[in-house]
Ligand binder design. Structure first.
Ligand code: ZN
Ligand code: ZN
Length: 260
């Protein structure tokens, strides 16, 4: 199966549960959520709308094609994706707490210019710490303030904005967005610039380590304050309650140019 059209094949399945568990995370009547094959953060999923009438695979090819069609249907489709994505985010947060003792931000959004066919909403943890995050293009495509990563809330807000704003935003012209991927590498948290990926990646790891330290101290203080009445803490039960595997261990093909 071609890598570029794999998502469309998944989304066209009458029964998503027939997909391998290494691919499918969960599904609903409207969507399926798969593990990103090249996770760019500790947690990274794609939520895809299912290709079911009246929605066609042509309409669902991308955010651009969806927004070009019937506006009401586009809004409903994205709202349904949003609902399912929130469930996925909640599961990620639960897993964060159980595995790391705290939770951190999870972003939900679309790439302005997608690299794979079929609309997909990225649900990704904000650490951006992952061996598959290799290039400037990878990093900039998820930088939350750069403009290439369109947050779900922003996209939803276009529907309520002035119709001319909606039509302007829905053009999603590649030549307008692609240059953003070449911008200087800068930390999305502190704005510091970096000359190359290894130094940025080391910094992102430090940033996350600091956040982990802060959050764990906070949690410990809270626990101390509340006394020991809940001392049968979640740590001891961690394994029995561990939800379904949330991180994919699939190795990424070395030759991939995939920006997702
Ligand atoms: Zn920083
Ligand atoms: Zn993508």
């Amino acid at each position: 199966m071609s890598f570029l059209t794999a998502l469309r094949q998944y989304a066209s399945k009458a029964d998503p549960s027939s997909l391998p568990t290494s691919v499918l995370f969960t599904h609903t009547a409207n969507s399926l959520t798969i593990f990103d094959a090249f996770p760019k953060a500790t947690f990274h999923f794609l939520v895809l709308p299912r290709a079911r009438p009246p929605l066609t695979v042509f309409e669902l090819a991308s955010l651009r094609t969806l927004l070009k069609g019937d506006k009401q249907r586009a809004r409903q489709t994205i709202q349904a994706l949003a609902e399912d994505a929130k469930q996925v985010r909640a599961m990620i947060e639960e897993e964060m707490v159980s595995r790391y003792g705290f939770k951190w931000e999870v972003w939900m959004g679309f790439h302005a210019v997608p690299s794979m066919e079929h609309l997909h909403l990225h649900v990704i943890s904000s650490d951006l710490c992952s061996p598959s995050l290799k290039t400037k293009k990878h990093y900039n495509s998820f930088h939350p303030k750069l403009g290439f990563f369109l947050s779900l809330d922003d996209v939803l807000s276009w529907f309520d904005a002035d119709p001319t704003f909606y039509s302007t935003m829905s053009v999603l012209k590649p030549t307008q967005y692609e240059p953003l991927l070449k911008e200087t590498l800068s930390c999305w948290r502190c704005g510091r610039d970096f000359k190359n990926m290894p130094t940025l990646k080391a910094h992102l790891q430090e940033e996350w380590d600091k956040e982990a330290e802060r959050e764990k101290t906070k949690a410990a203080n809270k626990k101390r304050k509340h006394g020991s009445e809940n001392s049968a803490d979640s740590n001891s039960e961690r394994d029995e309650h561990a939800p379904k595997r949330l991180q994919t261990g699939r190795p990424a093909p070395a030759d991939s140019e995939e920006i997702d």
